[in-house]
Design a binder for this molecule. Structure first.
Ligand code: SAH
Length: 247
């Protein structure tokens, strides 16, 4: 049903090449949050919606003990292969994030790259409950999400490469203001050297949260909640936000 995370799983890291390149800086910030906001030392992490393991493996490279969880087996297959290739020991499990069933097993739970937008008003409450249960006291939940009007509505066309193949990607977004839904639409065309083309259409319905809504929702479950900007304290024109919630 979800081509980006199934049929296109093998192409995910090529599509997000730029994210792969900047993951180290992103995890620098996350480590700062561990240091400054957690009330316990962070050594064991649960990375929810881990996908192909872009942040998961970076955490493992830095010596954390990490468990990655994702809904899609195709994404996990890529993540497992990458971990093996680097000789990293990471446990990957398939599951639905709001239903994770851990009891005070982790010092931190993470959910990167807007994945928290998959959860609507009731699923996000269930997610917060399960995350809280999985955390040890003083542990942190960290999730990043974008400003609701990011990207605008006009299509953005860009291209990447994967070996011999060329990817032509067209993205556009439509916002349903009254329901705070974001329709993220993406056409991925894979062009082979002989000129033949395969096309995949992604049409995702995501939930928009403002920083204040996220703070209020998380505040019902966690002891201390802060919203950061991208790499620093929240500023008026920030386009990406980081929820940092402590059990
Ligand atoms: N966090 C990764 C991947 C982000 S892509 C990164 O930073 O690169 C979003 C991921 O969310 C996909 O891999 C998708 O399979 C996963 N996902 C979507 N709904 C989910 C759910 N209910 N439970 C667990 N994972 C989910």
């Amino acid at each position: 049903m979800h081509d980006l995370y199934t049929a296109l799983a093998e192409y995910y890291d090529a599509i997000y090449r730029r994210r792969v390149e900047r993951i180290s800086r992103e995890i620098d910030f996350v480590e700062e949050l561990f240091k400054n906001e957690a009330e316990r030392e962070v050594t064991r992490i649960l990375d929810l919606a881990c996908g192909t393991g872009i942040p998961t493996l970076e955490l493992a490279r830095r010596g954390y003990s990490v468990v990655g969880l994702d809904l899609h087996g195709e994404m996990l297959a890529v993540a497992r292969r990458k971990a093996k290739g680097e000789g990293l020991s990471v446990e990957f499990i398939q599951g639905n994030a709001p239903e994770v069933d851990f009891e005070e097993d982790f010092d931190a739970v993470t959910m990167f790259f807007s994945s928290i937008m998959y959860f609507d008003d009731s699923a996000i409450q269930q997610l917060f409950n399960s995350v809280k249960r999985a955390l040890k006291p003083g542990g942190l939940f960290i999730a990043d999400f974008p400003c609701w009007h990011y990207g605008g509505s006009s299509p953005i066309v860009w291209d990447e490469r994967k070996g011999e193949e060329r990817l032509v990607i067209t993205d556009w977004r439509e916002v349903e203001l009254a329901f705070q839904k974001l329709h993220f639409k993406r056409l991925v065309q894979i062009v082979k050297p002989d000129g033949s083309v395969r096309a995949f259409m992604v049409d995702d319905e995501l939930n928009i949260y403002t920083p204040r809504e996220m703070r209020l929702l998380a505040g019902k479950h966690f002891r201390k909640v802060k919203i950061y900007g991208d790499g620093h304290e929240l500023r008026p024109n920030d386009r990406r936000y980081w929820l940092v919630a402590m059990k």
